[in-house]
Unconditional design. Structure first.
Length: 216
């Protein structure tokens, strides 16, 4: 349930197990303030609920913030969690659970990139060629046959998709504990080059490319 008078966005039967798993990955917080008289720290659970609300609604932190949790608090905590690698750990656990219950179809992979805005900048951000040079990101994603995301790599919005192909597949390989041999990689025409085929051949487990019609 979301605090601050907001309507719950995810049923508790789904949110509680997710929070339990997330909380188990968080280190114990130690207050290091020298005076010990600053404002009390907003609980991780409160921030977590606001982040889930932002993800479900697709809104910015400013709109999802409440009297008990400001957008600045959300950003600081999300940045801290990112530094701890919590998202990667949760993603890996989710993939393992999905594979046990349903089964990942790793013999067919797809990789593509898309541009997103990056108003707050960041180390990976770069000038977007489609947004008047504003800060943006190129997100390269590898999925299995049914569209489950396996590996994600971020770079500046001015980067071409093809140089991100190998890092994206390596990220997917790490998340699932190893991609199968002879997996087929589906790509659009923007990737279709001798350099791409050579790079995939060197990886061993993904030597075959099937260019798809169209280019994003």
């Amino acid at each position: 349930m979301i605090t601050g008078g907001l309507v719950p966005v995810v049923p508790s039967c789904l949110l509680e197990p997710l929070w339990d798993q997330f909380a188990a990955l968080l280190p114990e917080h130690v207050d290091t303030h020298p005076l010990g008289c600053h404002n009390p720290r907003i609980p991780d659970r409160v921030v977590f609920d606001h982040v889930i609300a932002a993800l479900v609604h697709g809104s910015g932190y400013e709109r999802i913030a409440s009297a008990g949790c400001s957008d600045r608090t959300i950003r600081r905590r999300v940045k801290y969690w990112a530094q701890l690698g919590i998202a990667e750990q949760i993603h890996s656990l989710a993939l393992q659970a999905y594979d046990r219950m349903i089964g990942l179809q790793l013999d067919e992979l797809s990789v593509d990139g898309r541009l997103t805005k990056a108003p707050c900048g960041g180390e990976a951000a770069g000038r977007s060629p489609v947004d008047r040079g504003k800060q943006g990101l190129k997100r390269s994603v590898a999925t299995e046959a049914t569209g489950i995301p396996l590996g994600i790599v971020s770079a500046g919005a001015n980067r071409h998709d093809s140089p991100l192909l190998v890092p994206t597949l390596k990220a997917a390989d790490e998340q699932v504990g190893g991609l199968p041999d002879q997996a087929n990689v589906n790509l659009d025409r923007g990737y279709d080059s001798d350099k791409t085929r050579c790079a995939l051949g060197e990886l061993g487990e993904v030597p075959e490319v099937t260019p798809a019609v169209g280019h994003s």
